[in-house]
Write a protein that binds this ligand. Structure first.
Ligand code: S3P
Length: 172
């Protein structure tokens, strides 16, 4: 059985795009943790934050990590805040490797400029806030990760780089 590959990193770093590619290339199933939580709750992430609050969402992430890691052969795109909780890191690591997608701050700011979906970013000082949060979180992402992958390139290129770094063959 192939171990799980768990993608982590800041919002907009390409976890879902790269994850889909990587799943195809490596013969694993792709799971997006945010989408999994949305399906389980029958609510969007925005609705969960608005009606139940962020702490409730963070608990759902831990529960999702528990449930998803019962399976193998997955590529899991975690949320941008998932691996900030050491409990989540412990749970996820038992099932595979945590890979950090390291996209440059300026690229993240650019990609997130017009985002309307992410509750944390709906504020007037978005650009500065992203910088502040990025600097605060980056060391924690690094601590959690088994591998750090430069992620400025297009998704398929990043996915291939990951497979090479892992020494795995491409399935297609
Ligand atoms: C969050 C990132 C989001 C989502 C939620 C909180 C964060 O996921 O889980 O809005 O704390 O960084 P993406 O990284 O997929 O945008």
């Amino acid at each position: 059985m192939k171990q799980n590959l768990i993608l982590c990193g800041f919002m907009g770093c390409g976890k879902s795009t790269v994850g889909r590619r990587l799943a195809k290339l490596s013969g694993r199933e792709f799971i997006d943790m945010d989408s999994f939580i949305e399906e389980q709750q029958g609510m969007s992430i925005q609705e969960i934050f608005a009606s139940l609050g962020e702490p409730a969402f963070r608990q759902m992430e831990t529960e999702a990590a528990r449930v998803l890691t019962q399976k193998q052969e997955l590529v899991i795109a975690s949320g941008g805040g998932t691996v900030l909780n050491p409990e989540n890191v412990r749970i996820l690591k038992k099932s595979g490797k945590i890979l950090l997608l390291d996209a440059p701050l300026a690229a993240l700011q650019e990609r997130l400029k017009f985002d309307t979906q992410r509750p944390l970013l709906q504020r007037p000082d978005r650009r500065e806030f992203i910088e502040q949060l990025y600097k605060q979180r980056f060391p924690l992402y690094q601590q959690a990760a088994d591998l750090v992958i430069p992620a400025g390139a297009p998704g398929n290129v990043v996915a291939r780089t990951i497979l090479q770094m892992l020494g795995e063959e491409e399935m297609q």
